[in-house]
Ligand binder design. Structure first.
Ligand SMILES: Cc1cc2nc3c(=O)[nH]c(=O)nc-3n(C[C@H](O)[C@H](O)[C@H](O)COP(=O)(O)OP(=O)(O)OC[C@H]3O[C@@H](n4cnc5c(N)ncnc54)[C@H](O)[C@@H]3O)c2cc1C
Length: 337
């Protein structure tokens, strides 16, 4: 689904060598003028060889141990029960309220297994409901896991419970120990570490799930050198902001992640933006269109209309409209969920 190869080839790729942060304590390479003849070189070489041998002997048990722990991590990742072919039952461990109409549902995995997702992916959830004609029917909906992708033993879904939502109402009635059928994953945007230098994100309401999955995948990956991830997140009121505490924590812990909130109804103490997202907010907070940047957008249909236009097909983002068009963004600068 979603991201096509066509989108991924635009522009120069971010080059980790060029942008690598210096390793603390590392010293510049030795100047060629410091070497003092063949005899010195031979002595240095012999000494270095002895050091290497001693080093290998000392490190062998640690390397061996690390090797086996890596292979068990790989085994664990492989042991994910989630697959595209069959529906698998997952047991609810617990759920907790995030906002008046939204809850996090935590499902169980084997203690060493993780979901093994590539960002950005969603999974399919199926449940039996009474349909609008009063008949029992199995229906399927998509949800984006928001727990760290490497988390073992569980995964979390953030689900908005709609007043007349068939599956979300069914999920809201689950008790710990109940189970739900799932299948997947479905990769939407196959994100690769360092694929852009600066990512912009614009989310409305429950559209945050896509962004949270990617933000965590970037900041928790020591080999991802993305210079900046900037999110603008729109909601109805401060109480409706989903995962605010977690987003604030991430932005305090990782200087390459910044978040700006805007709400339609604000109290006196509110310090963020007020009203719908504007062109000015986007201009100030997000990367300007360039081959090294990408802006991701997710939210309800009316929100998409204002910001960039709806996705026109299942696989392609389509033309850029709305605020992003006004600001000069083209198809290759925008990914719509
Ligand atoms: C790729 C993808 C990822 C998604 N990820 C998530 C996620 O992580 N968390 C999540 O909660 N949802 C997510 N959704 C939406 C989810 O798949 C369901 O559509 C949603 O839970 C409603 O299903 P339902 O059966 O409860 O409601 P339905 O019975 O299908 O719909 C009930 C009514 O609610 C309307 N409606 C649908 N969505 C919304 C909405 N967001 N706000 C207001 N009204 C709405 C429908 O138009 C309909 O009138 C995702 C959707 C897609 C396509």
């Amino acid at each position: 689904m979603g991201w096509s190869r066509k989108h991924a080839v635009y522009g120069e790729r971010y080059n980790p060598e060029k942008h690598r942060r210096p390793v603390p304590g590392s010293r510049p390479d030795r100047d060629a003028g410091e070497t003092s003849g063949i005899a010195d070189n031979t002595r240095e070489l012999a000494f270095a060889a002895v050091l290497v041998l001693v080093g290998i002997a000392a490190l062998y048990p640690a390397l061996h141990h690390r090797g086996s722990s890596l292979s068990s991590e790989i085994k664990a990742a492989k042991s994910t029960p989630l697959n595209m072919k069959n529906w698998v039952n997952f047991t609810l461990l617990e759920s907790h309220r995030v906002a008046h109409n939204t809850r996090i549902f935590r499902f169980e995995l084997d203690p060493k297994a993780s979901l093994g997702l590539q960002p950005i992916s969603h999974i399919l959830v199926r449940g039996e409901v009474v349909n609008r004609r009063g008949r029992l029917e199995k229906i399927t909906r998509s949800y984006v896991p928001v727990s760290d992708l490497g988390a073992t033993g569980y995964f979390d879904l953030l689900i908005k419970i709609l007043p007349d939502g068939m599956l979300s109402q069914r999920i809201a009635r689950l008790n710990p120990g109940d189970s739900l059928e799932m299948r997947g994953p479905v990769v939407e945007l196959p994100y690769k570490a360092n694929m852009k230098t600066h990512l912009g994100m614009i989310a409305g309401d429950i559209g945050i799930t896509h962004m949270v999955q990617l933000i965590k995948a970037i900041v928790l990956n020591p080999n991802d050198y993305t210079q900046q991830v900037s999110l603008i997140y729109e909601n109805e009121s401060p109480e409706d902001i989903l995962l605010k505490e977690e987003l604030d924590k991430l932005s305090r812990a990782y200087p390459n992640f910044k978040v700006f909130y805007t709400v339609n109804i604000a109290g006196r103490e509110w310090e963020g933006g007020v009203g719908h997202i504007t062109a000015e907010m986007i201009y100030k907070a997000l990367p300007h269109p360039s081959p090294n940047t990408l802006v991701l957008v997710a939210g309800p249909s009316t929100f998409m209309d204002r910001v960039c236009g709806r996705k026109d097909q299942e696989r392609y983002s389509g033309q850029v409209l709305g605020l992003l068009k006004q600001l000069g963004y083209k198809k290759e600068h925008v990914y719509k969920f």
